[in-house]
Design a protein around this ligand. Structure first.
Ligand code: KIV
Length: 305
């Protein structure tokens, strides 16, 4: 082999090595940064959420309303935990989300922040805490950021909540917007699929674009036709988070008590129960009660002398 041929072969193999190394480094970088399954242990930020959309990563979000449950989800790698006003139905015993107060959200958000190390914790602005306008929204959101330590807030509405979203983003508070079925409007909207028909679909698309233009970092799409959710997802640079919105959103959220089978009675068709905690907890409570009434608990190993 001539000297020139040897030099060319060595350059080729070094280029190959470099390409291989770059590919490996890219893979390692992706593995480190993945929202779900990533190796990084620092607290997730809205910048990580934006990067996931660019990578095309699909990710999960769950609600939580207390420190212990939140710690389980955090340890399971759930990257975003929402302290939703669904706590009204699922935790506080109200019929709807409407009665939930900012104090309740603040106390339970602080608990969820204390129970998590990695997840981005999003606090929900409850009904009546932001509808008066941007200044009220800023006051309410500031409480959740300062007192509870949440990394972002969620509020319902696109165009109708534009001044609020703009004000919060200007103040440095990341905003997740919530469109489609917005449960705080249950008294006017009911619980039905939103965005059906051309006009309603265009309105939802406009709302989603308005939220993005106002600086929202993500948009929840609740109970909207799958095709419309897919179209919104394609048209936005920020991620969409679906609940009852089909498979083509960037992320999926479920209310944790629905997901784990703790909710009693009928659960919405769009939810999936990955466990039957209601049965498990009931069985545990009955076993405990049977042993107490039968005198078999406590045993000597549970007693002190
Ligand atoms: O309050 C909540 O839990 C929510 C989710 C259903 C998105 O808004």
């Amino acid at each position: 082999m001539t000297l020139q041929a040897a030099q060319e072969q060595s350059a080729r193999s070094s280029d190959g090595d470099k390409a291989g190394k770059t590919e490996k480094a890219d893979k390692a970088d992706k593995a480190d940064k993945a929202l779900y399954g990533g190796t990084s242990t620092r607290r997730i930020t809205v910048h990580d959420i934006a990067a996931a959309k660019r990578r095309g990563e699909k990710w999960p979000m769950l609600t939580a309303y207390d420190a212990m449950t939140a710690s389980v989800f955090d340890e399971a790698g759930i990257p975003v935990v929402l302290v939703g006003d669904s706590m009204g139905n699922c935790h506080l015993g109200y019929e709807t989300t409407v009665p939930v107060t900012l104090d309740e959200i603040a106390i339970l958000s602080a608990a969820v922040v204390r129970g998590t190390r990695r997840a981005l914790v999003v606090g929900d602005l409850p009904f009546g805490s932001y509808q008066e306008g941007a200044v009220q929204a800023l006051r309410s959101a500031t409480r959740l950021v300062k007192e509870a330590g949440v990394g972002a807030i969620k509020l319902e509405g696109g165009e109708r909540s534009l001044p609020q979203t703009e004000m919060l983003v200007r103040a440095g508070i990341p905003v997740m917007s919530h469109l489609g079925l917005t449960p705080q409007s249950v008294n006017t909207m009911g619980y039905r699929v939103q965005g059906r028909g051309d006009e309603a679909a265009h309105r939802l698309l406009r709302d989603a674009k308005a939220a993005q233009d106002a600086g929202a970092f993500a948009v929840v799409l609740e109970l909207v036709p799958a095709e419309l959710a897919a179209e919104v997802t394609r048209s936005l640079d920020i991620p969409t988070i679906g609940i009852g919105a089909g498979p083509d959103t960037d992320a999926q959220v479920l209310v944790w008590t629905d997901m784990a089978g703790l909710t009693g009675g009928k659960v919405p068709r769009f939810t999936k129960q990955y466990a039957n905690l209601r049965q498990t907890l009931g069985d545990a409570a009955r076993a405990f009660a049977d042993e107490v009434s039968g005198g078999t608990f406590p045993q000597p190993e549970h007693a002190f002398h």
